[in-house]
Design a binder for this molecule. Structure first.
Ligand SMILES: [Zn+2]
Length: 77
């Protein structure tokens, strides 16, 4: 008997507030994304193995910046 297991990350777009990008300096939409990593068994995601991480991605330069949960909650409103 053998087991096929691994980890699968999935992204979910939460919001896209228009903010000043810290990297390119242009005011553009910053897509807020929540990334969840789950343990999978036989390619079926079962349960999260780490806390969800949030990051923003600039629509002008595609630079990403990780944000903490508190800031992500503030940006998602
Ligand atoms: Zn940018």
């Amino acid at each position: 008997m053998f087991l096929i297991f691994g980890f699968k990350s999935s992204d979910r777009r939460l919001a896209a507030p228009v903010l000043l990008c810290a990297y390119c300096g242009v005011t553009a939409a910053q897509v807020l994304v929540r990334r969840t990593t789950k343990f999978s068994l036989f390619f079926i995601p079962l349960f999260p193995v780490r806390a969800a991480r949030h990051f923003t991605q600039c629509t002008n330069c595609a630079n990403t910046r990780f944000v903490d949960a508190r800031e992500a909650e503030r940006l998602a409103v």
